[in-house]
Design a binder for this molecule. Structure first.
Ligand SMILES: Cc1ncc(COP(=O)(O)O)c(C=O)c1O
Length: 447
């Protein structure tokens, strides 16, 4: 009898981790069945796992690494900052520089407060909006992710069984057990791709709302650019009813030099950012006009909203963020977005030439795969049944076997170390894997 195959180092690591961590992983998003590969180190757009396998990284720590791994200017900046100490009970000049950098890129980011995650950035913006308007309710779009804050998690992943019929307004649905009923009542859910219904809901609810939170390229709503019609509806409702518009640019800030909002015609009052502005270290930020941001101003006594934490504006994140943005120039953005366009066109053309029923959405350096022939316009058309979700996970796994890391819903992001050759590799592998997996799935279904 032959000996059982030796365990890989990643498998052994997973067995150990499962004993001390629920689910054997810190985040569901980085988990694979039967176990994830454990990262040892990264080099540019490649990650090397502890078994020595080289993987082309399109997850980029969930789109936070715009320059890939171990980008020398970021490492130099962090090493220099670290040599002087990692954190202080005093401000450092680096926080001024990063806030100035954001203000110089986008005049709507006149003032900024830093925190340590996108979740904190969005929740602080929501708290600020409530304090400014004196209203408690907020609106968000169905299926959109804005971090782990009760109100923002409403209708994060509803299904046809509970999202309400197409002819009704989207229901406010719990995504975690134990969320109070009051949170559902305080959160109005909007359809991402139905301007008429969106306008009707806002006409009805607008005067009760402190804020509408919007991501114009929402990944969970399909990574489909928000339509001009919806943008127009938001603009009108905010003006008419005194609602603040909060742009969640935690991911979409990478789309252009000044972020995402302007190119979509959005006029946000507050902007939440994170991910690439921290150069790969933990960060979040709320920005807006000096007038609105005064809600956080403690200099004249107790602020309306206190915002700050032990590591807010920590010098390592500030240094990494400054180096990251310094190298994410207009020309670097145009080059990367051009690679994204070519990737999407190549994959779409190949799907249609091969007769594969799949679509490939996205914008700039962001992309996402969808199976089936539906025109994906928002959360409901992007929704996958549990069976299709399994197929998507199999595709993600098969791509990993081919040496390419995608996120669990088969979305991805490009990074600046990538070139045409990585784009061709991603396109060729993705089309081949999808064609094979879809054919396999169809033959099982038929058989
Ligand atoms: C659009 C959006 N908003 C907010 C967040 C939360 O950011 P963080 O994971 O840094 O808390 C995320 C995270 O992926 C996101 O994609």
């Amino acid at each position: 009898m032959s000996a059982p195959p030796a365990k890989s180092r990643s498998e052994s690591a997973y067995v150990r981790e499962a004993k001390v961590v629920p689910g054997g992983s810190m985040r569901a998003a980085q988990w694979f069945k039967p176990h994830p590969p454990y990262a040892a180190r990264g080099e540019g757009c490649w990650v090397i796992d502890i078994d020595g396998r080289r993987i082309l990284d399109c997850a980029n720590n969930f789109f936070s690494l715009i320059h890939g791994h171990a980008f020398p200017p970021i490492l130099d900046a962090v090493h220099r900052a670290m040599a002087g100490g990692t954190a202080f009970g005093l401000p450092t000049e680096s926080e001024i520089l990063l806030a100035e950098t954001l203000a110089a890129r986008n005049p709507r980011m006149e003032q900024t407060r830093f925190c340590n995650s996108g979740t904190e950035a969005v929740l602080s913006a929501v708290k600020g909006a409530r304090a400014i308007t004196g209203r408690e309710r907020i609106a968000k779009f169905e299926g959109c992710y804005h971090g782990a804050y009760d109100w923002m998690e409403v209708s994060l992943d509803p299904s046809p069984a509970n999202w309400n019929d197409e002819s009704c307004n989207p229901a406010s649905v719990r995504s975690n057990a134990g969320v109070p009923e009051s949170v559902l009542r305080e959160t109005v859910v909007l359809p991402y791709d139905d301007p008429q219904r969106c306008a009707d809901i806002l006409r009805h609810e607008g005067r009760t709302l402190a804020a509408i939170v919007v991501d114009p390229l929402a990944s969970r709503a399909g990574t489909v650019p928000m339509s001009k019609e919806i943008v127009g509806v938001l603009r009108e409702a905010c003006r008419r009813d005194g609602i603040l518009l909060i742009a969640d640019e935690v991911i979409s800030f990478r789309l252009s030099f000044d972020g995402a909002s302007r190119s979509f015609g959005l006029e946000p009052d507050l902007i939440a950012t994170a991910k690439i502005i921290g150069g790969g270290l933990p960060i979040g930020a709320v920005s807006g006009s000096a007038d609105l941001m005064s809600v956080f101003n403690h200099a004249e006594g107790k602020p309306k909203v206190s915002m700050g934490g032990t590591f807010s504006g920590n010098p390592l994140s500030m240094a990494a963020g400054l180096a990251s943005l310094a190298h994410y120039s207009q020309s670097a953005i145009e080059r990367l977005n051009g690679l994204g366009d070519r990737l999407r066109n190549k994959v779409r053309d190949s799907f249609s030439a091969a007769g594969v029923a799949a679509s490939f959405t996205g914008m700039g350096s962001l992309f996402r795969l969808h199976l089936g022939g539906a025109n994906v316009t928002g959360y409901r058309t992007a929704y996958t049944s549990p069976e299709k979700t399994q197929l998507i996970r199999r595709i993600q796994f098969a791509m990993l076997e081919e040496g390419i890391l995608l996120t669990p819903n088969c979305s991805g992001a490009l990074s600046t170390p990538m070139t045409e050759s990585e784009i061709s590799l991603i396109a060729d592998k993705l089309v081949a894997v999808v064609a094979k997996q879809v054919a396999g799935h169809e033959s099982v279904a038929a058989g």
